[in-house]
Design a protein around this ligand. Structure first.
Ligand SMILES: *[C@@H]1O[C@H](CO)[C@@H](O)[C@H](O)[C@H]1NC(C)=O
Length: 129
């Protein structure tokens, strides 16, 4: 009887400990709708986008200039560029860009992470951080 209780308690404790550990290892630096992005995922997208922008990218594909029609108050100065960040964890390499974007400036400084999820029309809203 005592042993069963102990076992139940141990299971309970392991269960409660497992949750914060899971959260720590999969921390969302940004949440766009239901998509969770770690800071390293954001930095990977930003670096890939900046590399392409620096290489002289044509205007039809990503990255391209982001005009900030929504009027975000970014912490870095523009000109801004947008590049997709994918919920699959892959770095964008053409094809469907999905709903989420990293925004960086001409020096490759991260301005923010924005999404079409929850926005009207073609607008963007800020991802939660
Ligand atoms: C990018 O932002 C940083 C920080 O605001 C700024 O110092 C830098 O001049 C900006 N680069 C460009 C090309 O606008």
């Amino acid at each position: 009887m005592q042993y069963t209780k102990l076992l139940a308690l141990a299971t309970l404790l392991t269960g409660t400990l497992a949750i914060p550990l899971e959260k720590m290892t999969r921390a969302c630096a940004y949440t766009c709708g239901s998509a969770c992005y770690s800071s390293s995922a954001v930095s990977a997208a930003q670096k890939a986008g900046y590399k392409l922008e620096s290489a002289g990218n044509d205007d039809d594909s990503y990255p391209h200039e982001y005009h900030d029609y929504e009027g975000f108050d970014f912490p870095v100065s523009g000109t801004y560029y947008e590049f997709p960040i994918l919920s699959s964890g892959e770095v964008y390499d053409g094809g469907s860009p999905g709903a989420d974007r990293v925004i960086f400036n001409g020096s490759g400084e991260l301005a923010g992470v924005i999404t079409h999820t929850g926005a009207s029309g073609d607008d963007f809203v800020a991802c939660d951080s």
